[in-house]
Design a protein around this ligand. Structure first.
Ligand code: SF4
Length: 65
């Protein structure tokens, strides 16, 4: 794991429901991963949308409109 000094705090506020992800709490890696796929990260979605695991930009635009 990276030397993130906020790791514990990140875990405390993370709303991601995807089990077993090695990036959880490592927000830099989380953002890099989803950005490379043209997606947003879990914390940009309300819990009811996040739990669908659809992190697409299309879904994000629908969520905020
Ligand atoms: S949003 Fe994606 S990369 Fe980030 S913790 Fe959840 S499953 Fe992992």
């Amino acid at each position: 794991m990276a030397d993130c000094t906020r790791y514990k705090r990140n875990l405390d506020i993370c709303n991601c429901s995807y089990p077993g992800c090695s990036r959880k709490g490592n927000c830099c890696a989380c953002l890099e991963y989803h950005r490379s796929r043209g997606e947003m990260v879990a914390c940009y979605f309300p819990d009811d949308v996040e739990k669908t695991w659809d992190r697409s930009l299309r879904r994000f635009k629908e969520t905020i409109s």
